[in-house]
Design a protein around this ligand. Sequence first.
Ligand SMILES: Cc1cc2nc3c(=O)[nH]c(=O)nc-3n(C[C@H](O)[C@H](O)[C@H](O)COP(=O)(O)O)c2cc1C
Ligand SMILES: CCCCCCC(=O)C(=O)O
Length: 381
Amino acid sequence: MLLNADDFREEARRLLPRFVFDYVDGAADDGDCLRRNRSDLESLTLAPRVLRDTTVIDTSIEVFGRQWRVPFGIAPTGLNGLVQPGGDAILSAAADRAGAPFALSTASNMRLEDVRAAAPGGVQWMQLYVMHREMAQRIVQRAQKAGYQALVLTVDVPVSGNRELDARNGFKMPFRPTPKLAWDLITHPRWALRAARAGAPDFANITADGADAGSASMQAALLARAMDRSLVWETLARLRDDWKGPLLLKGLLHPHDARLAVEHGVDGLIVSNHGGRQLDASPSAISALPGVVAAVQGRMPVFMDSGIRRGTHIAKAIALGATGVFVGRPVLYGLAARGAVGVDRVLGLLAEELVRTMTLLGTPRIADLRSLIDAPLNVRQ
Ligand SMILES: Cc1cc2nc3c(=O)[nH]c(=O)nc-3n(C[C@H](O)[C@H](O)[C@H](O)COP(=O)(O)O)c2cc1C
Ligand SMILES: CCCCCCC(=O)C(=O)O
């Protein structure tokens, strides 16, 4: 039975070729940070209040003038077309149905304009990787024109994390079958057939860029996660000018960086260690959250991702000051397991678990969760 995010993970493991599952599920080096994300979330406790009216539970929040029905959204993940062709359109539409935001990765296999069209009424944010400044500028312009409401600059990938599982699996694009990969495909015929019908996925936002050969070298750069490492706080000003809507930084963990973000006119933060896929020595995102929240002093919303698998995890992050959270792998497990229905179910499970948690805690509104931290409750920091 598929009763929680971990069940969907096992189903995804069964249905996806090994190299795809490992790409989605894997982490950097030894997976220490990945495990820490989860165990730190698990070790926190929330002491419930009793005899409070919880007849109606309201999980909605308002972010940048838009109402979210739930305080969580779908994090940007690249190469979703590998999990299922058209993955980003499916995820985006599912987020919209759940009243949640969707963040599209620069490394999508679909053009950002097409993903936007899949859920024109939804909250959609565009994630930016800067391999090349002019190309990034064009992506920003296209995202603005297509109607993305916020821009998320990912700042924790100056270089790729060390993904040994991918190396062992010979996972690289363009896809060149080796005997090991061929066996992987033969033993997962449903996935292989669907992928063969759809054709080899590429980085559609880069190929759609139009700038002559920009494409080939930029695709290679993105594949290698070879970003522009000369990007610094001072050069953020250009992006700040180009993008007219809210600008968020994703991948911050240090309170001092949070203060710099405030000084540089950033509108929001996503405290994240990339789901443990970058620096394996990083602190868990949940343990870094209170320091960032304190540094920001309410001057902008602070979101968190990395390790969220349960409604209780969402409640804990909010109790520690997060405006809301994002989930990465769980929705990809849902997509792999049952397509759109699976994504709906994973989002639905998280929402149901959150409602149950809020009822058990005696906190009918999201703001009540936030005040848990100031109350004499057992919330460890
Ligand atoms: C398969 C995969 C691809 C990812 N691709 C991107 C990406 O293109 N851009 C980005 O900013 N973060 C990317 N991330 C990181 C996620 O946005 C997010 O930080 C992370 O998945 C959160 O951790 P969780 O998977 O434990 O929820 C990726 C994560 C995964 C699992
Ligand atoms: C193989 C290149 C994928 C692009 C970047 C995806 C990503 O950020 C990740 O964590 O993986």
